[in-house]
Design a protein around this ligand. Structure first.
Ligand code: SIN
Ligand code: MN
Length: 212
């Protein structure tokens, strides 16, 4: 396993954690999974403004956003069907990198097409902040920005490449983060430009009955 670099307290970055063969296998699994749970365009709470990133989920719970607000739910907002199970390689990544955290309940699938970005935010819709958030990147490189737990804290940016894993744990679990831009055409993994990011989360409090 490649060594992790701690870019901020509790924020661990494994460059090239998934090798090319495992990246290709995971992309093939995700393509099938997205037929079952198609990408949808989330909307901002209240205003209904569409996100530039399209999303889907796998696992017992999925993160969704619309005029009503941000939340986790067990069904796809458009098809009404349960989310498909998480591919084994994703669960294995969590077991290897997330320490002794209980099983993840949600895996958000973000699709960044042309011009997509994600503003600076905290992941705080979960009941459990002791468990980390684990991110896996596939496809084009992202210029990823991370700061502290206050929006006013200084930030730094790193380039997340295809196969990279990033863990937000401990003091970085509630760090502000976002994606400034995607470097279009920087990877040959997908059949064209774009980036997939997977984030694995534990939603319910540790000790509460897991949804899996
Ligand atoms: C997220 O914060 O949900 C996604 C981060 C990323 O795309 O790297
Ligand atoms: Mn996030």
């Amino acid at each position: 396993m490649p060594a992790a670099v701690e870019i901020a307290p509790g924020c661990l970055w494994w460059s090239g954690w998934l090798d090319r063969v495992r990246q290709e296998a995971l992309v093939a699994e995700l393509r099938d999974l997205l037929k079952e749970a198609p990408l949808f365009t989330p909307r901002m709470p209240k205003t209904g403004k569409p996100f530039s990133v399209r999303m889907s989920n796998c696992g017992a719970l999925g993160w969704v956003s619309d005029e009503i607000g941000y939340r986790y739910q067990s069904t796809h907002p458009e098809t009404g069907r349960p989310w498909p199970p998480m591919p084994a390689v994703i669960r294995e990544a969590w077991r290897t990198l997330a320490g002794d955290a209980p099983e993840p309940e949600a895996c958000l699938i973000n699709w960044y097409g042309d011009g997509a970005r994600m503003g600076l935010h905290q992941d705080r819709d979960e009941q459990e902040f002791a468990a980390p958030v684990l991110s896996l990147s596939l496809g084009d490189t992202a210029v990823f920005r991370i700061g502290g737990t206050s929006r006013r804290d200084s930030t730094r940016s790193i380039r997340l490449e295809s196969g990279d894993a990033l863990l937000l744990s401990g003091p970085s679990r509630l760090a502000f983060h976002g994606v400034d831009r995607i470097v279009s055409g920087s990877s040959t993994l997908l059949n064209g430009p774009g980036r997939i990011n997977l984030t694995l989360r534990r939603v319910h409090a540790i000790g509460a009955a897991p949804e899996n």
